[in-house]
Design a protein around this ligand. Structure first.
Ligand code: ADP
Ligand code: MG
Length: 145
């Protein structure tokens, strides 16, 4: 269980990031220096995976091919229904509100992730089987100009 202050800091910073993003004022460092934002993406994906997995495991894997880095965050958690998959990367969408009310979050994390990855010419997507688990993927070009 994370303490209340940590939770509040995370929620406020997601809202602030989202506002910056909406206003086109999120700052990107388009070289190798933008590691903090990529870490932020990983943080949200791993955090989600842990949040939505009551028992089982969370795996992070990475491969490199043809100038791309592919990162996978896989969990054996609740999974996501097929009809909800399209909502994932939209602001304030939190699937299954009733269950989600017990799990903290803003519904902004994945929108912020998508923005960061796409700004770096990458792609982010998810695969899931309801009741079995989910895998979130992102691919980034390993050489940025
Ligand atoms: N690994 C996952 N397993 C199941 N559902 C997930 C997972 N990751 C995200 N989701 C669903 O997508 C929603 C949006 O995720 P996100 O934008 O990070 O918001 P938050 O974590 O603040 O709820 C979550 O509320 C949840 O319903
Ligand atoms: Mg999240």
């Amino acid at each position: 269980m994370i303490c209340g202050a940590d939770r509040l800091v995370r929620i406020v910073s997601e809202v602030l990031d989202f506002q910056k993003l909406e206003a086109g004022r999120m700052q990107f460092d388009m070289g190798k220096g933008d590691i903090n934002k990529i870490v932020q993406v990983l943080h949200n994906l791993i955090n989600n995976a842990i949040k939505f997995t009551e028992r089982g495991e969370v795996t992070v894997a990475t491969t490199r091919d043809e100038g791309n880095i592919h990162v996978m965050v896989r969990d054996t958690g609740t999974g996501i229904r097929q009809e909800d998959m399209t909502k994932l990367f939209y602001a304030f969408e939190r699937i299954d509100e009733r269950r989600n009310n017990r799990i903290d979050g803003t519904g902004l994390g994945l929108v912020i992730c998508k923005e960061i990855i796409e700004k770096h010419n990458g792609k982010i997507w998810a695969e899931s089987e309801f009741g079995k688990g989910s895998t979130f993927h992102f691919v980034l070009p390993s050489e940025t100009r």
